[in-house]
Design a protein around this ligand. Structure first.
Ligand code: ATP
Ligand code: MG
Length: 189
């Protein structure tokens, strides 16, 4: 069993490479961004709250986000047994600590963190392209800039955090989808 965090800035390719990881390793995928967007689509109360933050390029508050993740883990207890790809979570040190505890309570732990490293100008290009193709509301120039700022302030310290635990694997996130996945496989195998 493997639990993997896929880590990186907005637009770094977390979702794309998660698809490869699911297929190759048979892991269960949890994308907190997808969970939140699904709530927004269904018009739930949580969705309304989340939309307020997402449209501003801000993070959902830790307490709320952690309880959402705990719920997803509990709702998918059997599927999660085979190992999970955490995509978009944790995004703060508090979330990382909470994840450690949640997994410890379930008799498991994070095995590896895959960090997709992509230069800033390429991130912006990818986000704006995705915005055009998918119409994703937060993939516009203004919100993207804000999200990258939030990433640098609140999320990027996790790289040090996981490096200190010896779990961080830096992956060059430039190139074709296949080239990048080959690099990930090399590290994980
Ligand atoms: P990708 O690498 O796939 O491009 P992304 O960073 O662009 O990812 P998502 O992971 O889908 O986007 O997240 C979209 C938004 O949802 C975030 O900007 C944030 O507002 C909210 N969000 C998602 N996960 C979390 C989290 N763990 N904590 C707080 N907010 C979150
Ligand atoms: Mg994503």
């Amino acid at each position: 069993m493997k639990n993997i965090v896929i880590f990186g800035a907005p637009g770094s390719g977390k979702g794309t490479q998660s698809d490869n990881l699911i297929k190759h390793y048979g892991l269960f995928h949890i994308s907190t961004g997808d969970v939140l967007r699904d709530h927004i689509k269904r018009g739930t109360e949580l969705g309304q709250t989340a939309k307020g933050y997402i449209d501003q390029g801000q993070l959902i508050p830790d307490d709320l986000m952690i309880s959402i993740l705990a719920q997803v883990l509990d709702d998918n207890r059997d599927a999660a047994q085979q190992g999970v790809i955490f995509d978009g979570f944790p995004r703060t040190i508090a979330q990382a600590q909470a994840l450690e505890q949640l997994l410890a309570d379930r008799g498991t732990a994070i095995d590896a963190v895959v960090g997709l490293e992509v230069p800033q100008d390429e991130l912006i290009k990818r986000i704006l392209l995705r915005g055009k193709m998918s119409g994703r509301a937060d993939d516009n120039e203004e919100t993207a800039g804000k999200r990258l700022e939030v990433y640098h302030k609140q999320t990027s310290p996790l790289k040090d955090y996981y490096e200190q635990q010896g779990k961080y694997h830096a992956i060059d996130g430039m190139g074709t989808i296949e080239e990048i996945f080959d690099r990930i496989r090399e590290q994980l195998d």
